[in-house]
Design a protein around this ligand. Structure first.
Ligand code: IMP
Ligand code: MG
Length: 186
């Protein structure tokens, strides 16, 4: 097993824990007296969802939805830097398991980047006619937006850097890093 390389920490696990607790308190207040359904976007949101949900003091259930972005077939060089750019088209790879009709749904995503994924998912989830549909993202890169969309609960706004850890990956690696780290550009 090769060791995990040293990557620059952008947001520490302590900062993440504090922010997640803050968002959980806010959600607990906002939905007092109601049931909740968390819908996590695989796979990046799995860690954020599990930490967040355990601190929300409400009757909550989980579901998960899967998407992948696809576009033109990447050239070998684009393949090397895959993850640097979302290609535009979003495809559903795993549907939710339960009906969301009349439910209070919180869509949980790791990062809001161009906004294409979140716009696509909100459209899909609205079709289920939830009572309320809100979104929670741990990270937000506002400078990259292509769709005019904002999340209701945002952990950290970050600059245009490619980040990994706490669920986020680079070619499926680094999801298990406890801190959020920056992947150097070369
Ligand atoms: P969007 O559709 O461009 O908003 O992209 C959202 C998805 O792109 C996220 O769910 C991530 O899977 C991925 N993504 C965007 N930026 C990063 C990043 O900095 N690190 C890891 N994944 C990212
Ligand atoms: Mg993702």
């Amino acid at each position: 097993m090769s060791a995990v390389p040293e990557l620059r920490i952008l947001i520490s696990q302590e900062q993440i824990a504090q922010k997640v607790a803050e968002i959980a308190r806010q959600i607990t207040r906002d939905f007092q007296g109601h049931k909740l359904m968390f819908v996590g976007v695989l796979k990046g949101a799995a860690i954020f969802l599990s930490d967040l949900a355990r601190q929300v003091e409400l009757d909550a259930s989980f579901d998960f939805i899967g998407v992948s972005s696809y576009g033109n077939r990447p050239t070998p060089t684009q393949e090397l830097i895959s993850g640097w750019d979302s290609t535009g088209e979003v495809r559903l790879t795993k549907d939710v398991d339960q009906s969301m009709r009349d439910q209070n749904v919180i869509l949980v995503e790791d990062i809001l980047d161009t906004g294409l994924t979140m716009s696509y998912l909100k459209k899909i989830l609205f079709a289920h006619q939830p009572r309320v549909l809100k979104s929670a993202v741990l990270l937000d890169k506002p400078s990259r937006r292509k769709q005019p969309i904002e999340a209701d609960y945002v952990g950290f706004k970050i600059p245009d850097e490619f980040v990994v850890g706490y669920g986020l990956d680079y070619a499926e690696r680094y999801r298990n890093l406890p801190n959020i780290c920056v992947v150097p550009r070369d």
